[in-house]
Design a protein around this ligand. Structure first.
Ligand code: DGY
Length: 430
């Protein structure tokens, strides 16, 4: 890429982050997502760390300040009112200060805190040490509330917890959710973005039914574990938590908290063991499972390749998955589509049913690199760079044409540009 173009895009990416900064936290994009989102914020900290490390730490500290006393870190924090988003605090009914949603999101925070801690400009262990205890409580909450039988697989209770909202993996488990009590409601997302890029009404009815269920049981973890109609082991969530436990263990050791390091290591080992139950011999990869009904996802998704991000994939499985990734990439122009491009349910522009997401690309590429697949990793990085440079800082991209979709001036896309897609390989943090 031409150096002037790169300089201009770097500047634009920094402007997006500072423009979406609402004072201590960053919105994913204006209008469509006007609050602080859990994994968005964590991933945005990487972008800030390239030009303002202090601000990167603050992003995480603000997020963690909304942790519940149960240990849960909610997926949205409603720091200020905004009528432009639905469902707002009244629908969640969590009755807390600050006001939050009732569900969580993929726990990337520990992995990001490790990156901030090892950043060459970092001043010392204090800020990381202050977060380690909170991270331990959040991760322990996953073990207690979402894997009460100690199987080594944690469940999600809403597709939004996966962060990959309308992935075809959820179609079957969602079909059992009773929507008869949902009533009328007005969506706001389709006022900001074309309806053909967003989940459909049938999905939304089920999303709202699950919000209603959580509200009705007062977001009580035991009642949710016993009765929530949606109780699914998402391959992405489990992979991200496994990686986060390893990073937390490393961090706790580094800041002199050996008890936490040991606990995180034990949880990581349990998750490692449980993860193998997601392997599907017919599909030749790891897939999500409906834990209520013993159903399995019918196809691989981008989340399947997060197995590499989680840790070491055993060599036979790794070779088969990498071969399959190659087959996917022959069917699209840009990697990695969020769902199998050969499946009839693939939809190249509808949110998580096909589009490419820069943050998922980062995680997959990071995992491939750590598992020894440097060339595949670099291909994904260069596709991400091209998509953003040619199209803009969109929420996601069509894998066939490169067209941008969803929100524009998107914080985590800007963050990935600055922290991963464009630095020279030797500048990339570990
Ligand atoms: C939305 O509103 O689409 C979000 O993804 C929920 O977290």
């Amino acid at each position: 890429m031409d150096a002037n173009k790169k300089t201009a895009l770097d500047e634009r990416a920094r402007q997006i982050l500072t423009g979406n900064d609402r004072g201590g936290y960053t919105v994913p994009t204006k209008n469509l997502y006007p609050f602080q989102w859990n994994w968005d914020s964590a991933l945005v900290a990487l972008g800030f760390s390239t030009f303002d490390l202090d601000r990167a730490w603050t992003e995480i500290e603000t997020l963690m300040s909304a942790q519940w006393d149960t240990g849960k870190l909610p997926h949205i924090i409603f720091w200020k009112d905004d009528e432009g988003y639905f469902p707002g605090p009244d629908q969640w009914g969590t009755d807390r200060t600050p006001r939050t949603s009732g569900i969580t999101q993929p726990p990337v925070v520990a992995t990001i805190v490790r990156r901030l801690f090892t950043h060459p400009g970092n001043a010392g262990p204090d800020r990381a040490a202050a977060l380690v205890e909170k991270l331990d409580r959040w991760h322990q909450w996953f073990a207690d509330a979402r894997d009460p039988d100690g199987t080594g697989l944690v469940a999600i209770i809403h597709p939004w917890e996966s962060g990959r909202d309308n992935l075809p993996d959820w179609d079957a488990p969602l079909s059992y959710v009773d929507t008869s009590g949902v009533g009328d409601y007005q969506r706001r997302d389709t006022q900001h973005v074309d309806a053909d890029q967003r989940p459909q009404k049938a999905d939304y009815d089920r999303y709202m039914a699950l919000v209603g269920f959580g509200r009705a049981v007062g977001w009580d973890d035991a009642k949710i574990a016993a009765d929530c109609p949606f109780w699914v082991a998402d391959v992405g969530m489990n992979a991200i938590l496994r990686r986060a436990e390893h990073d937390l263990s490393w961090l706790a050791d580094a800041v002199g908290l050996p008890d936490i390091a040991r606990r995180a290591q034990e949880r990581a080992e349990r998750l490692e063991h449980g993860f193998e139950a997601l392997w599907d011999e017919d599909l030749k990869g790891y897939v999500s499972r409906d834990l209520r009904r013993e159903g399995r996802a019918k196809d691989l998704s981008a989340g399947s390749w997060l197995a590499f991000y989680a840790g070491q994939v055993h060599p036979a499985g790794a070779e088969r998955m990498v071969a399959l990734l190659g087959e996917w990439l022959q069917q699209v122009t840009y990697s990695v589509p969020s769902f199998d491009p050969g499946n009839p349910l693939f939809d190249s522009i509808r949110y998580w049913r096909g589009p490419v997401w820069a943050i998922v690309n980062w995680m997959i590429a990071d995992g491939l690199m750590r598992n020894g697949y440097a060339q595949h990793s670099e291909t994904i990085r260069s596709h991400t760079r091209t998509l953003i440079a040619e199209t803009g800082f969109y929420e996601y991209f069509c894998p066939l044409t490169g067209r941008g979709g969803g929100g524009d001036d998107f914080s985590w896309t800007a963050s990935m540009w600055l922290s991963w897609a464009t630095p020279l390989p030797e500048e990339l943090g570990s």
